[in-house]
Design a protein around this ligand. Structure first.
Ligand code: SME
Length: 169
């Protein structure tokens, strides 16, 4: 299923990743499957990451969704940490050194830099997409813009799909 990515480097890797994710989201109508697959693709394509995943807005709390990496914080209050700030301010945030970020929540002590983009559907916050790296300043401004584009694709896919609530049949 994965294209041969071992020989692709740098920006070309990100471009290929966006294409694969766009194709996946165009075809998949189940939000849980879409989120799980997007987190797995990002983790497979982008190098030097230790965690990638989603936090979903539930009331005034972010609750962890599909992810790749070590077990993470399950709930994050709005406004707390990088994810909480991106959710509360509804903007993508890039942090070069997480230890310097006010109110940073440490789920994995190996994380040094972080990228978070909000997922907005019809003006409402659905959740955030969070990437963590063990390398300081791992993420560029191009990465930030790319992750926001992917978050927007996720928003479109979730908006046209069924609810995340379990079906009672
Ligand atoms: N460090 C994050 C919490 C989430 S995880 O790292 C998986 C933050 O401050 O938002």
């Amino acid at each position: 299923m994965l294209p041969e990515i071992r020989f692709i480097t740098g920006q070309e890797r990100n471009s290929q990743m966006e294409i694969v994710i766009e194709d996946t989201l165009a075809e998949e109508n189940d939000p849980l499957a879409a989120l799980a697959t997007v987190s797995a693709y990002i983790f497979a394509f982008m190098e030097r990451l230790n965690w990638v995943g989603f936090y979903i807005a539930r009331g005034d709390t972010l609750v962890v969704g599909p992810y790749q990496g070590q077990p993470a914080c399950v709930r994050i209050p709005f406004g707390k940490g990088v994810c909480g700030a991106a959710a509360a301010e509804r903007r993508a945030i890039r942090v070069d050194e997480v230890g310097m970020f006010p109110g940073y929540i440490s789920c994995d002590s190996s994380t040094r830099s972080e990228l978070v983009a909000p997922i907005i559907i019809g003006g409402k916050l659905f959740g955030v997409l969070d990437l963590d790296s063990p390398e300081p300043a791992r993420f560029s401004e191009d990465d930030l813009r790319m992750i926001q584009r992917i978050a927007n694709l996720v928003a479109k896919a979730v908006a046209r799909s069924a609810t995340l609530e379990p079906a009672l049949v």
